[in-house]
Ligand binder design. Structure first.
Ligand code: DAH
Length: 338
């Protein structure tokens, strides 16, 4: 029986040495070690081995099984290694990888997010309204008379049905007050559109951030405190904020807000940044007529509003010299914000 086992072992090892694929290897495993395999069959002969030789022959049987198993395993590993090597053929895995270009948020998104976050900390909730507006929401309800130059066809994009592309985000003030009674404390970032010649400081589609706070007993001090805090958070603690009397149809009194920045590295000068004021009673009256209640005309109700250009905030924040850079999508410019 010892010779028979030797013969099976050498047959198996020779066969394993010449096999070239997984299927062939598996066939050999079954052929020698499987239930009906040659070694299994041979082991049945143990029955006839004389008692005093059983130990020896049994040991030989184990060794043969181990030798064949080891040969099958080694060959299996070799086949996997050969497959890997074939996959890498022609590839130099030591070459450095290709760098993927890094994506970045647009500078307008960056300032807008920062501005929104500051105002949300002060309790302002996000609001929105349509970009295609009615004349009433964009102008009439905001106390802007029919002969106001802003309503001129040479300044505003009108549709044939009489609607228009909103010229400012102030229309969201009206939209919000129509559906929500005081207290109202909202900000509305969004696009606005004007028939402007495009140049370094004008775009026909631009971005604004509107704010509105209406409640009992809101005062000019609240407005000043809110905007001063906001601009100092956004542009640095030493930013000076100045309120200059102005006129807007929808606020009374109205102001323009100027900033003096000290962190830009240039000689500090006043720059105009926003419009604001106390909500004009005529605006609250329009809202009341639309709502058919006195939620906004009741005694003691007052409010402030403000609006500013987000594009301008980005120009100041990042030192962008020309507004057109913000819409050209030149990756050499945008990549600087990655
Ligand atoms: N809507 C004005 C504009 O587009 C900006 C503005 C001024 C908004 C005063 C306001 C405000 O809410 O109170 O120029």
């Amino acid at each position: 029986m010892i010779e028979e086992l030797d013969a099976i072992q050498s047959e198996a090892l020779n066969a394993v040495a010449t096999v070239t694929d997984d299927a062939g290897l598996e066939a050999l495993r079954i052929g020698f070690l499987g239930k009906k395999g040659k070694l299994t069959a041979a082991s049945a002969g143990m029955r006839d081995v004389p008692k005093e030789q059983k130990k020896n022959v049994g040991q030989k049987l184990n060794e043969t099984r181990q030798a064949i198993t080891a040969a099958l395993e080694t060959k299996g590993a070799e086949l996997i290694a050969a497959k890997d090597a074939a996959q890498f053929e022609g590839i130099d895995p030591t070459l450095p990888g290709r760098t993927l270009p890094k994506g970045a948020q647009h500078p307008l998104t960056l300032v807008q997010d920062e501005a929104v976050q500051i105002l949300r900390r002060m309790g302002f909730a996000l609001a929105e309204g349509p970009e295609i507006e009615t004349e009433w929401h964009c102008f009439d309800a905001l106390n802007t008379p029919a002969d106001h130059p802003a309503r001129n066809e040479s300044d505003t994009f009108y549709f044939e049905n009489g609607k228009l592309l909103r010229t400012h985000t102030s229309s969201v003030q009206i939209r919000t007050m129509e559906k929500q009674a005081p207290p109202v404390r909202i900000i509305a970032p969004g696009s606005a559109f004007r028939r402007d010649e495009i140049d370094a400081t004008h775009l026909s589609a631009f971005h604004q951030l509107e704010g509105l706070y209406v409640d009992t007993g809101v005062t000019l001090a609240d407005l000043k405190g809110t905007l001063e805090f906001f601009f100092r958070e956004l542009f640095g603690e030493d930013t000076e904020v100045r309120f200059r009397p102005h006129f807007f149809p929808f606020t009374e009194p109205s102001f323009e807000v100027d900033l003096k920045l000290h962190a830009t590295g240039q000689a500090a000068k006043w720059i105009e940044i926003a419009g604001c004021g106390m909500v004009d009673p005529a605006v609250l009256q329009s809202v009341s007529e639309s709502r058919k209640d006195d939620a906004f005309t009741a005694d003691g109700i007052s409010g402030f509003a403000f609006g500013m250009g987000i594009d301008r905030l980005a120009m100041i924040k990042y030192g962008v010299p020309d507004l057109r850079l913000l819409i050209e999508n030149d990756v050499r410019f945008l990549g600087q914000f990655a």
